[in-house]
Design a protein around this ligand. Structure first.
Ligand code: ATP
Length: 488
């Protein structure tokens, strides 16, 4: 039977019992939890097995003392300002920041726009996004470990399309995470602004390509994201994307593999007999360059070569996909849930390729593929309904060809059986090779001009016209209490 489906604006009460492993510790004390609806996101987890407690990562010491820990950000003014603040003050706390506006609220806490209180001489005044979570409140709601998992994951990340955690500290019973600020809103809002509330194929391809690279990196780090949707893809100042919100992510071990194309020997064997699938890699490297900084050793790839296999490699490919990850948690957003998540039979990294298909579909068609009249019907549709595409007008034969290609890719992503889904075997490599992405320069995509660069007006709006912190704000649960407003 399907789990109880929540309706909009009502709390979700779910009483599913299952066992999990590799979970970031959700509530295990009760078989029934109430999850307030937050945006379109919801989550339930009911873990009764043994769970590993994860210790919180001290970003303050790991990243700030070592500015090279985030090489992609090393030249950023925002990073440099934070590094100098740390160096000058010896530690960073809430009173070093001026909180300007509330940017948004989620299930775990509030996110504020902020600046360093005393500008660092010689550097531009930078904006930051500070996520503030009330640890005491989260502990009562059995969600503290979700917040800790998010912090742990954020501390690991160093990628152009993922958030940088500049610093973190505690203030009383609040945990504060200082991250990159994205002034361009999210892709859900951006889609609403498009003609017909749909992105053009070119725009969808751009956003999908950048999102794919972010997911690829996460998988290499052993992180199954599990909550892809346009609302979680933010737009940076330069128009490129930043995937955010890691509180539903699953962190697990990943053993990277180096796949090579067929050798002469294998090709001759194949001509007489069907060979093994490509994902049964004959070589298994131990890769350390993708490990978190705390585990980082030398960035080396050691290749273990299977005996009796001819060593002639043509363009070997690295595949680091947490294929063996297994979770039975019921997490995600209704319209984006993968069939295996709904069935509770255990899911792994292939859920991200399913959600990637839904994401691509929504960007192009302005709605998700299996949406029903209510959440329960949506879940039934996901399990039973065949995929279909609405007819939309195309203006040229080139656009028609592109539409055929993207539909083919979506059809391969939205395969209900996860083991037959594109990406489930070799991860992002398979998807990047699809005809739809032909011509995408993956290495230089950061230099491509994005479909929309948030205009100066938008930037000013998001900085100046966002709702001011009000009495109502201060009265809401899980916010900084009034005596903390002196910091604003
Ligand atoms: N770096 C950022 N720059 C700008 N706005 C942000 C940033 N991070 C978060 N926000 C805004 O704050 C809102 C809440 O943030 P976030 O989704 O991280 O909170 P959450 O508690 O994890 O939410 P959820 O309930 O979806 O899990 C987002 O919807 C977004 O609008």
């Amino acid at each position: 039977m399907l789990p109880a489906a929540p309706t909009m604006n009502t709390p979700i009460i779910v009483t599913t019992i299952t066992t999990t492993r590799d979970e970031p510790d959700y509530d295990s004390s009760s078989s029934s939890i109430t999850v307030p609806e937050s945006s379109r996101s919801w989550m339930t987890n009911l873990s009764f097995g043994s769970r590993r407690r994860r210790s919180s990562v001290s970003v303050s010491s790991s990243t700030m003392e070592s500015p090279h820990a985030k090489p992609h950000k090393a030249n950023q003014a925002a990073w440099e300002a934070m590094r100098r603040l740390w160096r000058d003050k010896g530690q960073v706390g809430l009173d070093h920041f001026r909180l300007l506006r509330r940017l948004g609220s989620g299930d775990l806490g509030n996110v504020y726009l902020c600046q360093i209180r005393n500008p660092v001489v010689g550097l531009p005044q930078c904006f930051y996004a500070m996520k503030v979570v009330d640890r005491e409140a989260l502990a009562i709601r059995k969600k503290l470990q979700r917040a800790e998992m998010e912090k742990e994951i954020l501390a690991m990340l160093d990628h152009p399309f993922l958030p940088t955690l500049y610093t973190e500290f505690d203030a009383s019973h609040y945990s504060c995470l200082v991250m990159e600020f994205c002034p361009g809103g999210d892709l859900y809002a951006a889609r609403q602004r498009q003609p017909g509330k749909r992105f053009s194929i070119a725009s969808a391809k751009f956003y999908a390509a950048e999102t794919l690279l972010a997911l690829e990196y996460l998988h290499m780090m052993g992180i199954v994201y599990r909550d892809l949707k346009p609302e979680n893809v933010l737009v940076r100042e330069d128009g490129h994307i930043m995937l955010t919100d890691f509180d539903l992510s699953l962190k697990c071990d990943v053993i990277p593999k180096l796949l090579r194309s067929k050798t002469r020997l294998e090709r001759s064997i194949k001509s007489t007999k069907r060979s093994v699938p490509a994902c049964t890699a004959p070589m298994q490297p131990v890769l350390s360059c993708f490990l978190s900084s705390s585990k980082k050793k030398k960035a080396t790839v050691t290749t273990v070569i299977r005996e009796n296999v001819e060593v002639e490699e043509n363009d070997p490919e690295l595949v680091a996909e947490p294929i063996d990850a297994k979770s039975k948690s019921f997490v995600g957003t209704h319209e984006y849930l993968a069939p295996e998540v709904i069935l509770g039979q255990g899911h792994g990294s292939a859920v991200d390729w399913w959600t990637f298909g839904v994401f691509l579909y929504e960007m192009l068609y302005g709605r998700t593929p299996f949406k029903g009249e209510n959440n329960e019907k949506t879940l039934v549709n996901i399990l039973k309904q065949p995929l279909s595409f609405p007819r939309i007008a195309v203006s040229s034969s080139k656009e028609f060809e592109e539409m055929v290609k993207v539909q083919d890719l979506i059809s391969k992503l939205l395969v209900k059986n996860p083991s037959k889904r594109i990406g489930s075997c070799m991860g992002s490599v398979e998807i990047k090779r699809h005809e739809f992405f032909k011509g995408v320069n993956w290495a230089l995509i950061r230099s491509v001009r994005p479909p929309e660069v948030p205009s100066e007006i938008n930037k000013i709006r998001s900085r100046v016209l966002l709702p001011k912190l009000s009495k109502t704000d201060s009265d809401q649960p899980y916010q900084l209490r009034s005596h903390h407003f002196e910091y604003f």
